[in-house]
Design a binder for this molecule. Structure first.
Ligand SMILES: NC(=O)C1=CN([C@@H]2O[C@H](COP(=O)(O)OP(=O)(O)OC[C@H]3O[C@@H](n4cnc5c(N)ncnc54)[C@H](O)[C@@H]3O)[C@@H](O)[C@H]2O)C=CC1
Ligand SMILES: O=C(O)[C@@H]1CCC=N1
Length: 281
């Protein structure tokens, strides 16, 4: 995959948090330059922020932005998706690849709203794309050519790793890896709160919790690392970690995490339903 150049120009419709993470990741890869990136905004102040931080082209006209693009990413929220798709549909050119980052709009709905001459793909990135460490599940529509698949694969490989899944699986990915960074950060906060409950100062408590996550993540990133092996390295038989791990399970860690993932998947499905029923035909 690495032998293929990242397709450019890349257009991001909606310069929000995820769009900025993707911009950062692409620029950091060195495979894309600021002049290859266009982003649309609703608020001029936000446009100025993105221009001054990253040097990208900023526009307010979505239809104008898509002209001549290799890849167009839909990075607005659910409420703006129908409006933005209606705006760009007449301006899209045959062969363009449209990648929707929305958790809420299904392939069938995207394909119904966009011309049949464009390839439609759904992606579910997460914020680690901003540091080139993203894992991005992707699912393809019915009109995707090998070239369109390759182009999207190459683009997300520049921000980490692409992972092709079915559309049903993409909903699961939304509840696990799309949301997941927030859960991990919340765990770090809980660890810091526990340190403070035992008398540590807030700054030291935060440093302990943060250092633990960053160190543990680096170990997990080593070739051949497994969670079972890494847990065994910490948990001295009959020792303190074993007691702590037992407490985590007794108090429902697996159940609580399972519940958060199930609620996320459920919410994603409900929003997709809502979106399908409110879409203009
Ligand atoms: N934040 C995340 O980690 C993830 C977000 N997503 C999806 O990405 C999409 C965007 O999410 P966020 O970046 O978090 O939201 P956000 O609210 O930060 O970004 C949306 C941006 O679109 C802009 N916008 C609204 N209408 C517009 C228009 N007509 N033209 C141009 N720009 C317009 C808004 O001003 C805002 O800056 C959502 O569909 C979300 O489900 C998917 C995976 C992860
Ligand atoms: O919270 C959300 O709705 C989006 C989708 C996955 C991550 N952020």
């Amino acid at each position: 995959m690495a032998s293929h150049p990242v397709p450019t120009p890349i257009v991001l419709l909606g310069g929000g948090k995820l769009a900025e993470a993707i911009i950062k990741g692409l620029l950091r890869s060195g495979q894309v330059s600021p002049s290859d990136l266009r982003v649309t905004v609703r608020r001029p102040e936000r446009g100025e922020e993105l221009r001054s931080r990253h040097g990208v082209h900023v526009l307010t006209d979505n239809a104008q932005a898509v002209r001549g693009a290799a890849v167009v990413m839909l990075a607005v929220r659910q409420a703006q998706m129908a409006e933005v798709m209606a705006l760009i549909a007449p301006a899209l050119e045959p062969g363009q690849v449209v990648v929707s980052l929305s958790s809420d709009v299904r392939l069938a709905q995207l394909e119904a709203a966009l011309p049949s001459t464009v390839a439609v793909i759904r992606a579910m990135p997460h914020t680690p794309v901003g540091v080139g460490a993203g894992l991005t599940p992707l699912t393809q529509g019915t009109r995707v050519t090998e070239a369109a698949r390759q182009a999207t694969d190459t683009l997300f490989a520049a921000t980490g790793q692409p992972l092709w899944v079915t559309e049903e699986q993409l909903t699961v990915c939304t509840g696990v890896s799309g949301t997941g960074p927030a859960y991990v950060f919340r765990f770090v906060e809980a660890l810091a709160q526990a340190a403070m409950a035992h008398g540590m100062e807030a700054t030291e408590a935060a440093a302990l919790a943060r250092g633990t996550l960053i160190g543990a993540a680096k170990l997990l990133a080593e070739p051949g690392a497994t969670t079972t092996g890494l847990i065994a390295e910490v948990a001295t038989p009959g020792g303190i970690t074993v007691a702590g791990l037992e407490a985590l399970e007794t108090h429902g860690l697996s159940r609580v995490v399972g519940e958060a993932v199930s609620i996320g998947i459920q919410r994603a499905k409900e929003r997709a339903e809502l979106s399908a029923h409110s879409a203009p035909k």
